[in-house]
Write a new protein. Structure first.
Length: 325
């Protein structure tokens, strides 16, 4: 059995994907920036109900060629998950854009050279819906324009990196197929001891750090469902050369609505969640379609409210919240 390569296996999504692959009986090889994180990753995988005996961990960095040829030896399938996700936007956009673009191209070239059958790339809704559009209704046919005035570095990096990926595969991709998964805001239980940016937001609501909810509207998807969509995108022959939006069914939400779900479902644990929204004009509520993933791949995402509540319960269970809070 050839191993499946997952880049960035120690991350929030990567660890869930590694665990899901191992549970399905696959042998998995994953890259991390430093082998110092190997034991932490193995613990995360076991926390996800998987046996880490079938896991091989190797070192490779998105900004260096070293290690990638060896990481891909014998692999037919690659899930490229690793990409920088900031807690705060950097002053220099290239801090995000360069590693996102160059890292993606480095992995795709190495996959092509190794004769990989298919690469499934984690992109983002940020590459689809961050350029204003009448009606704010989005499908996989839409693209964020990196030159949109005022566009933050993160969505710019995602749009540029995904465009570069498709351009490379069209121009010089060899026999390797590309599929792209475009998640909205990823929430849900973490397997790792380090909190990602979305879980930090939930924690800030629960511990009172976020006293006023930012004025924003966004889609939510469960990290476990994004991992499942990766598996489906790899397995389905008809997925080749296509993008798949990952978002829970139902309306997109605001931070103050997320806080309301927490208060309504968790009582005292969410007593400090914000009740007020920052002042400003009402923003359009995006409509984000997941029809392609549901109808073509049989994907069935969890309800957003379930994901939000289980995110908070995970924070409590892992000891990130004060007792009684």
């Amino acid at each position: 059995m050839s191993p499946v390569l997952v880049t960035g296996g120690s991350g929030y999504l990567g660890s869930q994907l590694v665990a899901a692959l191992l549970r399905s009986g696959k042998e998995v090889r994953t890259t991390v920036r430093s082998l110092a994180r190997a034991q932490e990753l193995r613990a995360a995988v076991r926390r996800g109900g998987a046996d880490d005996a079938g896991l091989e961990i190797v070192a490779a960095h998105l900004m260096a060629d070293d290690g990638w040829a060896a990481a891909l030896t014998g692999c037919e399938e690659v899930h490229h998950v690793a990409s920088p996700i900031p807690v705060a936007q950097p002053d220099d956009p290239d801090e995000l854009i360069v590693p996102a673009r160059e890292g993606t191209l480095r992995v795709l070239r190495a996959a092509r050279d190794a004769g990989v059958r298919r690469t499934v790339l984690t992109s983002s809704f940020a590459a689809i819906g961050y350029t204003p559009k009448p009606g704010a209704e989005f499908t996989e046919a839409d693209w964020t324009d990196p030159d949109t005035p005022g566009l933050a570095p993160y969505p710019r990096s995602k749009a540029i990196a995904e465009r570069a990926a498709w351009d490379l595969m069209e121009r010089d991709g060899g026999d390797t197929e590309l599929v792209v998964v475009n998640p909205t805001g990823i929430f849900g239980p973490t397997l790792t001891a380090t909190l990602g940016s979305s879980m930090q937001l939930v924690k800030a609501m629960l511990d009172g750090t976020m006293s006023v909810a930012p004025r924003a509207r966004f889609g939510i998807v469960d990290v476990r469902d994004v991992a499942d969509l990766h598996l489906r995108a790899m397995a389905a022959p008809e997925a080749a050369g296509r993008r798949f939006l990952a978002v829970a069914d139902g309306p997109t939400l605001s931070f103050v609505e997320v806080a309301g779900i927490l208060r309504g479902r968790l009582g005292p644990l969410a007593a400090r969640a914000p009740e007020r929204e920052a002042p400003g004009e009402d923003l359009p509520r995006p409509v984000i379609h997941n029809d392609r993933a549901r109808e073509d791949l049989g994907w069935q995402p969890r309800p957003a409210a379930t994901t939000i509540v289980e995110s908070a319960e995970c924070l409590r269970d892992l000891g990130f919240l004060q007792a009684g809070r």
